[in-house]
Design a binder for this molecule. Structure first.
Ligand SMILES: [Zn+2]
Length: 303
């Protein structure tokens, strides 16, 4: 799915949608934050209740992962386009947090029940805008956290999370001629290379803290320190705050290792260590695997 994102140098002043205030707004509250939803005019009738439900449960999953919804206020514009189902999403930070989602005008309720796009966009709200060489960190976190947040909220099974990792992460491995993450702005390295950074860091943090801390603690701390899409921070500040929260400098070390050099990873070995075995359309778990407890902790519901 194509997805663009503009931060900092967005071409119009103020919030992205001049017409927003002219539209009838739905307002929901999640964890004390206000979500204002506007439907752009459409000739066909969109399943509004199903779309509002989708936004609500995506917001609850995001808030549960971060321990709070990442911003106090967000405007969400639902834009009808041709076709059916969710066709793309974009998040914005300049002039206030906002999300635009393109929704096929012949969509039915069933298109929203299990869709991931809104959670992905809401995870973007929890990270300050990065400079373009580090765009992979924005997409990597959104790609990695989205299924985990939904699993922690009871919206996906752990098996579904690991199926998506086993199928997706090979896209993030360096190809011949690739450089490090800061120098290879391809789709695979941006989304899945960034997600691989997150998985490797998560495992390493857990190994070095007797499985007491994980990437989630780091990401929560960055958001709690005021880091969100409305800000632009250098990556050094983001990683330092994350590392301080876990007590181990894993994010800064992993970044140093992966930013400039291709850093190949033996994924088959990693799945065996985590106890994840691809089997038909799903995965089975080996609870005797050396990192099985770490694998379980990653998708476990958090307080
Ligand atoms: Zn994204």
């Amino acid at each position: 799915m194509t997805e663009a994102r503009a931060v900092g140098n967005f071409e119009t002043a103020g919030k992205p949608y001049a017409a927003f205030s002219a539209l009838a707004l739905e307002r929901i509250e999640v964890g004390g934050s206000a979500l204002e939803i506007a439907f752009a005019p459409s000739e066909q009738v969109l399943p509004r209740i199903a779309i509002i439900d989708w936004i609500t449960h995506s917001a609850r999953a995001t808030a549960a992962y971060y321990g709070q919804f990442p911003v106090k206020d967000v405007q969400i514009l639902v834009m009808p386009v041709a076709g059916a189902g969710v066709r793309g999403g974009t998040s914005y930070g300049y002039g206030g947090a906002a999300i635009k989602v393109s929704v096929g005008s012949s969509s039915a309720e069933r298109h929203f029940a299990r869709d991931w796009v809104m959670t992905h966009e809401m995870v973007h709200l929890a990270l300050p805008g990065m400079r373009s060489p580090q765009h992979w960190l924005e997409e990597g976190i959104a790609t990695y956290v989205e299924p985990i947040a939904r699993a922690q909220a009871g919206q996906l099974s752990a098996a579904q999370v690991w199926v998506s990792m086993v199928d997706g992460l090979p896209n993030g491995l360096p190809q011949a001629g690739d450089g490090g993450l800061d120098h290879t702005p391809t789709w695979g390295r941006t989304y899945w290379g960034g997600a691989l950074f997150c998985l490797l860091a998560d495992i390493e943090i857990r190994q070095r803290t007797a499985n007491k801390r994980g990437l989630q603690d780091a990401l929560r701390a960055i958001n709690r320190a005021g880091g969100n899409i409305e800000k632009s921070w250098p990556i050094s500040r983001v990683l330092r705050i994350g590392d301080e929260a876990t007590g181990v400098p894993v994010l800064q070390e992993t970044y140093k290792r992966m930013k400039a050099a291709p850093a190949d990873v033996e994924l088959d070995k990693l799945w065996a260590q985590l106890g994840v075995e691809r089997s038909g359309g799903t995965v089975t778990f080996n609870e005797d695997a050396p990192l099985a407890a770490i694998r379980r902790a990653i998708t476990e519901k958090r307080g």
